[in-house]
Each structure stands twice: as structure tokens, then as C-alpha cells.
Design a protein around this ligand. Structure first.
Ligand SMILES: Nc1nc2c(c(=O)[nH]1)N[C@H]1C(S)=C(S)[C@@H](COP(=O)(O)OP(=O)(O)OC[C@H]3O[C@@H](n4cnc5c(=O)[nH]c(N)nc54)[C@H](O)[C@@H]3O)O[C@H]1N2
Ligand SMILES: Nc1nc2c(c(=O)[nH]1)N[C@H]1C(S)=C(S)[C@@H](COP(=O)(O)OP(=O)(O)OC[C@H]3O[C@@H](n4cnc5c(=O)[nH]c(N)nc54)[C@H](O)[C@@H]3O)O[C@H]1N2
Ligand code: SF4
Ligand SMILES: [Mo]
Length: 700
């Protein structure tokens, strides 16, 4: 029996874990008390790392779809087939005929971060998509505009703050996002002990709201009005004290002038006196931080929200000070490997939506596949993504993927998306991988560093994700005459993730190395976040300009926000601690217990429609209808209904033994690809207008 250390990489909390291995099998997984960041915290999903390892549904060799079903093939034959098809299609129809979609688990895998971008670059297509545009794109846009780099994200310093204003986030279920803060519940208790306060703004009384000091219902999609009114009041009450390196304050003053608390109250549902008081408390607090996540990103005004949150922190002097919002200084700097970002350098072919950082909005992916003409996508590469369940109008995308000339998926499962692939290349599972977290140390509430060797050996026949990207990348370099920088690319692809991390650590601010980190497998503490501005700004001027044209020009769109129609219902999403987006429903350990797929609805809204708790209802939006059970809840704001995404595994042809028995419909069958934040291009999956009626109408 041996106990090995690693970190769980299923979510952004990157908890340190101790894994007990007996005779080559995992027998126990628990929290690592010695980890300076997670301090022993884990959630139920950590234990499912073992299920991923042992899941009989998990592919271990490449498979190819044939008229007689899936057939195993060797790695070399698979690469040959994939690269031959992709380059053939590009030769015939142009480079943009190959589309790429990169899903969420890529940011949780070291090998994907070190090798995937280089491989994708070899395809030289403009049709690149990822989960970013249904997630944190507005954060990246605000960071790019204000701080000069898309990944220079200001993190709430929750371990030292005295006032945390949180919008559209539920870290008690999600374990935190764009804020790596494992054990958020414990950190919150500590905040309380210091005499601090947590205020939550959310259309649902969430698990986090339940343990907050104050919770306010907000009408979905109207937070921008609330934020502008808080800024208005902060200024009126004399709390504005922007740092000397901040420009554009007058433009902000002008922009918020019309957003009185009374006007905002009318559209948000948050009373004017509450808005005034929150502004007063935020302005007067010794150390305050405003933080907003998925609920204020994946909505119609996501870009304005994330800009306004920054503005509030900046003008109250809370940016870059302990207890406010701060910039981490990780041991490997991921900003070096990633460009600063750019916006609108090209537009999508069909709808003319702007790229951001080289990616087009995922809401436009299905139409780029289905609309004929020059530049139409005819082949797709998906990597660690399940867009059929996770992106808007999933049914249309399902149809689109079915119409492709060729598709390859790098994924361990045959699921709702990958069932359309001609070839699936499955990478080795997390416990067989070395891990250093390149992304989430950049978003963490404390500077720490941790390298872990793989817990279990990889079978000789298996491939790491980075080996798959290396081999595909090298084959592309060989086969594509247009490939640039061939030598540099070849060298880069041949380096192992360990070598790349080692180099990053050595040139990093703490002059570490993989060798040094391996001597402390529980991780090392590099201390609390430190002030870094204006020097750390990725702007030549070393100044922050609040008056961003893109955002200011967007503000008049808020004028459309008025008091809502009486019988209108707005759909929002939710997460549960034991789910992980669309893909961990194959763990018996996680899916057992009470069902969690229901549509939550307020008892008054049920009564108004003569509906009963538990009844099957039809939910209809502009995009379509689904059938789902309704659950009565006093924790949801009247006029709002909540449905989690990632369910709906009942599509034919998937091979997910346990997941196929999980009830529930896909929320993204009724989210609308036309409903986006036109400024950032983010999918608006929150605040979708729907009707709810009795009974079931067939989805066909
Ligand atoms: N309505 C609604 N929709 C949403 C959201 C919402 O709140 N509401 N949230 C959005 C957000 S924030 C996100 S991030 C997206 C997620 O969207 P996606 O990233 O598209 O979907 P996931 O469900 O994370 O699917 C992960 C896929 O990766 C595979 N996988 C798992 N581990 C690995 C691995 O190690 N390597 C490889 N190669 N593959 C692996 C799984 O089998 C699965 O196919 O969903 C978005 N969709
Ligand atoms: N257990 C679990 N953990 C996860 C995931 C998971 O699927 N399961 N997914 C991971 C991923 S990919 C991400 S991105 C993070 C997300 O992390 P969070 O953002 O913390 O997660 P959510 O639970 O989606 O929280 C969004 C909240 O926004 C609220 N909301 C919806 N619309 C609005 C609105 O218009 N205004 C306001 N103010 N609030 C609104 C919802 O009610 C919900 O409580 O979680 C990560 N962690
Ligand atoms: S909170 Fe849970 S899923 Fe997230 S890293 Fe920690 S143990 Fe893993
Ligand atoms: Mo996400």
C-alpha cells in the first residue's frame, strides 16, 4: 500500500489530495492537509477520480465509426486517417473548412495547455471556438480592456476582505470560479470571524446565499443596472477615490448619471434604499471586493457587468490592495505563453460576430457548419468538449455535427457530441498524468505552487493528451505546405510538459524548478497576494483607462430594460456540488441520491398556471421545447425558473452506461443561439424568456 499526492483537477479549486494505491488500484482518496492552498478541503467529486479511472465506458484505444458500429484501431492508423482527412478537406475547401471546438477540461490538464495550442495553430483556421464564449469571456474582455491582458484577472482577496459583494456565483456548489479558493465555506466562516460581511445578489436563494449575511433577489439579466446604480451612489456619497494611475473617471460619472437607485430598482427588483445602503457599506468598508461570475457573464449584458464590477473596485480604491481585488503572482507565468488578446480582428462569416483572442462565439458554430458557401465548416475537431449539451440550441448543433464530412474528437467517452465523430482519440485519465496547474495559480487567492507526478502508471498502449497533440501536430507540420515556423513548432511539440513547466518555473519570479517542487509534493506556500500596480499593467502607459469605448457605446442598450411583463418567466441555470457540467454522470457514487435535474419554480408561479409540484411540464423558448419535471421552491424569485445544464443523455448512440439512466432534459435545447451579448459575443444562457405549460409535447 502506498499513499501518493496529487491535486484534483476536476474544478478550479485544485485541491490537494492523498491517493491510497493498493496492488495498482486506488482504494482511498482524501484531502491533503499539508496543501497550503486547499488545507485539506475536498468535495465529493474528488472521490470520483477513482471512478474515472475504473469506468468500463471509458475508451482506452482509438475507435473509428463504421457502418457496423465502433471499431478499435491503432494509434498510428488513427493519426494517419485524421490528418489525411483534415488536410484533404483544407486543400479542397480552404483552411477555414476545418473548425475546432475546445471544451472546459482542457484548462484542467497540463498536457492540453502545453501542447494543444501549438497543434491547433497548425490548422490555421479562423473557425476556432471554445467554452470561453459560454463562460468567462466577459472577464477576459474586461481584463484585456482595462489591464492590457486577457488573463490579467483581478481576484477577490477573500482571505483578507471585510466586505464581499457577490453577484451570480454560487461557490458553495461550484467551489469557486475565476477565483481559486478551495474550501470557500471555511474561508467564509473566517471572514465572518473577522467581522466581515458577505452580500449575495442572485435570482435564487442559493447554498451560498443561505449562509450569507444578506441576499437580494435580482431579476435575471438586469445586474448591469444594479451595478451602475451602486457606482452612481458611491460617487454621490463621496466614496470615489481612484488611484493616480486611473483615467476616464469623468466618463464613468457621466455614464452612471441617469442610473439612480430608483431607476435601477424598477428594473432589477432590488429596492432603492438597499442599493443606497450597499453602496454606502461598500464605499465605507475598510477592504471591499465585488465579484461576479457565471450569472453575470453568460447573460445579455455580461461585458457591461464585468466592466462595471472592475470600475466599482477601482474607483473605491479596492483594486490592488489587500482585502480588495488583487493580481496573483504564480510561479509559472501563463501570460507569457498567451497573447494579450485582441478583439474584432475578424468576424464570423454568417452573422458577422467579432472574434476575441482568436476565437469566434460558440453561439455561431452550428450556423457556420450548416450555412453553405465559401468558408463553410466541413470538418470539426472537438477536444474535451460536449457542445451538444453545453452550448445554445444543442439540437441544431446535433444536426450540424451529423452533417459534417469528417469529425475527430479527443475525448474518453462516446457521448452526445463525440457520437458524431468518425474517429475518437481517448487520452489517459487524470490519475495517470503529471500535474502542475498553469492556469489556476493565476486565478488563486494565495500564491502557492505544486508539482505532482502521476499517481498511477499509464499502460504502454495508452497515450497522454499531450502525446496525441504532439503526434497530430507533427503529422500536420509534415503534411501542410503552408505550415510556418516548422522547426520551432517541431521542437516545441517534442518537449514534454515537465520540461516546459521546469523552464517556466526557472524563469519565473521565484526561480523554482520541477526538482525543487517534487521535494515538497504537498505544495509550497509563496504567501498572500501582493500589490503590483501600476507596474504590472500590460499597458505601455502603465495607466488604466475606465472610459472604454466598446462598453460606453453599449450602455444605451440598457435603456431597453424596463419593468417586466407580469406573466413573463425568465430561465436561469444552476450547478450542484455533485455534478460537473455535462460529463460526470457516469459515476454511480455521484449520481445517487435525490434527483437534481428539475425545473425550480416559485409556488405562486405554479399556482398561476394550475401546475403542481412534481408534474411534468413543457418549457418553451424561441429555440424550442423540452419536457421536464417541475419542483416547487420558495428559494427562487417569482417570475424566474431554474434548470441545470448538462442533463439530457437520452440521445441515441451514446455509450454512457450510468449517465443514460440519469433523468432530465438538456437546458441547452431551449437556450437560444440568437440570444447573446452582442458586445462580447457571449451566449446568454441566463435570463432566457420561456413559457411553462402542463404536459409534455413531443420534442420533434
Ligand atoms: N445553459 C448553460 N449552459 C452552460 C453553462 C451554464 O451555466 N448554463 N455553463 C457553461 C460553462 S461555464 C462551461 S465551462 C461549458 C462546458 O462545456 P464543455 O466543455 O463543452 O462541456 P463539458 O460538459 O465540460 O464536457 C467535457 C467533455 O470533455 C471530456 N473529458 C473529460 N475529461 C477529459 C480529459 O481529461 N481529456 C479530454 N480530452 N476530454 C475529457 C468529457 O467526456 C466531455 O465530453 O458549459 C457551458 N454551458
Ligand atoms: N459542482 C460543480 N462545480 C462546478 C461546475 C459544475 O458543473 N458543478 N462547473 C464549473 C464551471 S465550468 C464553472 S464556469 C463554475 C461556475 O461557477 P459559479 O458561477 O459559481 O456557478 P453557478 O452555480 O453556475 O452560479 C451562477 C449563479 O448565477 C445565478 N444567476 C443566474 N442568472 C443570473 C443573473 O442574471 N444575475 C445574477 N446576479 N445571478 C444570476 C444562478 O442562480 C447561480 O446561482 O463552476 C465550476 N464548478
Ligand atoms: S472542490 Fe472538489 S472537484 Fe474541485 S478540485 Fe476540490 S475536490 Fe476536486
Ligand atoms: Mo465553466
Amino acid at each position: 500500500m502506498t499513499v501518493r499526492r496529487t491535486s484534483c483537477n476536476l474544478c478550479e479549486a485544485i485541491c490537494g489530495v492523498l491517493v491510497t494505491v493498493e496492488d495498482g488500484r486506488v482504494t482511498d482518496i482524501r484531502g491533503d492537509e499539508s496543501d497550503p492552498l486547499s488545507r485539506g478541503h475536498i468535495c465529493p467529486k474528488a472521490v470520483a477520480l477513482r471512478d474515472l479511472q475504473e469506468d468500463p465506458d471509458r475508451l482506452t484505444t482509438p475507435v473509428r465509426r463504421t457502418p457496423d458500429g465502433w471499431q478499435e484501431i491503432g494509434w498510428d492508423a488513427a493519426y494517419e486517417l485524421v490528418v489525411g482527412k483534415l488536410t484533404g478537406i483544407q486543400r479542397e475547401h480552404g483552411r477555414n473548412a476545418v473548425g475546432v471546438y475546445l471544451g472546459n477540461p482542457n484548462v484542467h490538464s497540463l498536457g492540453a495547455l502545453t501542447h494543444l495550442p501549438t497543434m491547433v495553430r497548425q490548422l490555421r483556421t479562423r473557425n476556432r471556438f471554445s467554452a470561453t464564449s459560454i463562460d468567462q469571456l466577459p472577464h477576459m474582455l474586461a481584463s484585456y480592456l482595462l489591464y492590457g491582458h486577457q488573463l490579467m484577472v483581478a481576484i477577490p482577496d477573500i482571505d483578507r476582505t471585510s466586505y464581499l459583494l457577490m453577484l451570480g456565483a454560487n461557490p458553495l456548489a461550484s467551489n469557486g470560479s475565476m477565483m481559486t479558493a478551495p474550501g470557500f465555506g471555511k474561508r467564509l466562516k473566517e471572514l465572518r470571524k473577522r467581522g466581515g460581511k458577505l452580500v449575495v445578489v442572485d435570482p435564487r436563494r442559493t447554498e451560498t446565499a443561505a449562509v450569507s449575511d444578506e441576499h437580494h433577489f435580482v431579476r435575471p439579466g438586469t445586474d448591469a443596472a444594479f451595478l451602475l446604480a451602486v457606482i452612481h451612489e458611491v460617487i454621490t456619497q463621496g466614496f470615489a477615490r481612484p488611484a493616480a494611475y486611473v483615467d476616464g473617471f469623468e466618463a464613468v460619472e457621466a455614464a452612471v448619471e441617469a442610473w439612480t437607485p430608483e431607476r435601477a430598482a424598477g428594473v432589477t427588483g432590488i429596492p432603492a434604499d438597499v442599493i443606497r445602503r450597499i453602496a454606502q457599506e461598500f464605499g465605507a468598508a475598510e477592504r471591499a471586493a465585488c465579484y461576479g461570475r457565471v450569472g453575470v457573464s453568460t447573460q445579455q449584458f455580461g461585458a457591461i457587468c464585468q466592466w462595471a464590477i472592475q470600475v466599482l473596485n477601482i474607483i473605491t480604491g479596492n483594486l490592488d490592495r489587500p482585502g480588495g481585488t488583487m493580481f496573483p503572482r504564480p510561479a509559472v507565468n501563463p501570460l507569457l505563453g498567451l497573447g494579450r488578446g485582441h478583439v474584432g480582428v475578424w468576424k464570423s462569416r454568417v452573422r458577422g460576430l467579432p472574434e476575441f483572442g482568436g476565437e469566434l462565439p460558440v453561439s455561431t458554430m452550428a450556423e457556420e457548419i450548416l450555412t453553405p458557401g465559401e468558408g463553410q465548416i466541413r470538418a470539426m475537431v472537438t477536444v474535451a468538449g460536449n457542445p451538444v449539451l453545453s452550448t445554445p440550441d444543442g439540437r441544431r448543433l446535433d444536426e450540424a455535427l451529423g452533417s459534417l464530412d469528417f469529425m475527430v474528437a479527443v475525448d474518453p467517452y462516446i457521448n452526445e457530441t463525440t457520437r458524431h465523430a468518425d474517429v475518437i482519440l481517448p487520452p489517459a485519465p487524470p490519475l495517470e498524468r503529471d500535474h502542475y496547474d498553469i492556469v489556476f495559480h493565476q486565478l488563486a487567492v494565495r500564491n502557492t505552487a505544486r508539482w505532482n507526478d502521476a499517481v498511477l502508471p499509464k499502460p504502454a498502449s495508452a497515450r497522454h493528451d499531450w502525446e496525441i497533440f504532439r503526434d497530430l501536430g507533427l503529422a500536420l507540420v509534415r503534411r501542410t505546405p503552408w505550415s510556418r515556423r516548422r522547426v520551432e513548432t517541431t521542437v516545441r511539440l517534442r518537449l514534454s510538459p515537465r520540461r516546459i513547466v521546469d523552464a517556466g518555473l526557472r524563469i519565473g519570479p521565484y526561480r523554482l524548478s520541477v526538482g525543487k517542487l517534487r521535494r515538497s509534493p504537498g505544495g509550497i506556500d509563496l504567501g498572500p497576494l501582493q500589490p503590483a500596480l501600476p507596474g504590472a499593467l500590460h499597458k505601455k502607459s502603465k495607466r488604466i483607462d475606465l472610459a472604454q469605448r466598446m462598453i460606453l457605446d453599449d450602455l444605451p442598450r440598457l435603456d431597453a430594460l424596463t419593468t417586466v411583463a407580469v406573466d413573463e418567466l425568465l430561465l436561469i441555470g444552476r450547478r450542484h456540488l455533485r455534478n460537473n457540467n455535462s460529463w460526470m454522470h457516469n459515476s454511480a457514487r455521484l449520481v445517487k441520491g435525490k434527483p437534481r435535474h428539475q425545473l425550480l419554480m416559485h409556488p405562486h408561479d405554479l399556482a398561476d398556471r394550475d401546475l403542481a409540484d412534481g408534474q411534468l411540464v413543457t418549457v418553451t423558448s424561441a429555440a424550442g421545447s423540452i419536457a421536464v419535471e417541475v419542483a416547487s421552491s420558495n428559494d427562487i424569485m417569482p417570475g424566474v425558473v431554474s434548470l441545470p445544464h448538462g442533463f439530457g443523455h437520452n440521445r441515441p448512440g451514446t455509450q454512457l452506461t450510468i449517465a443514460n439512466r440519469v433523468d432530465g432534459s438538456s437546458a441547452n435545447d431551449i437556450t437560444d443561439a440568437a440570444f447573446i451579448d452582442p458586445t462580447a459575443g457571449t451566449a446568454a444562457v441566463n435570463g432566457v424568456p420561456v413559457t411553462v405549460t402542463a404536459g409534455q409535447s413531443s420534442p420533434e
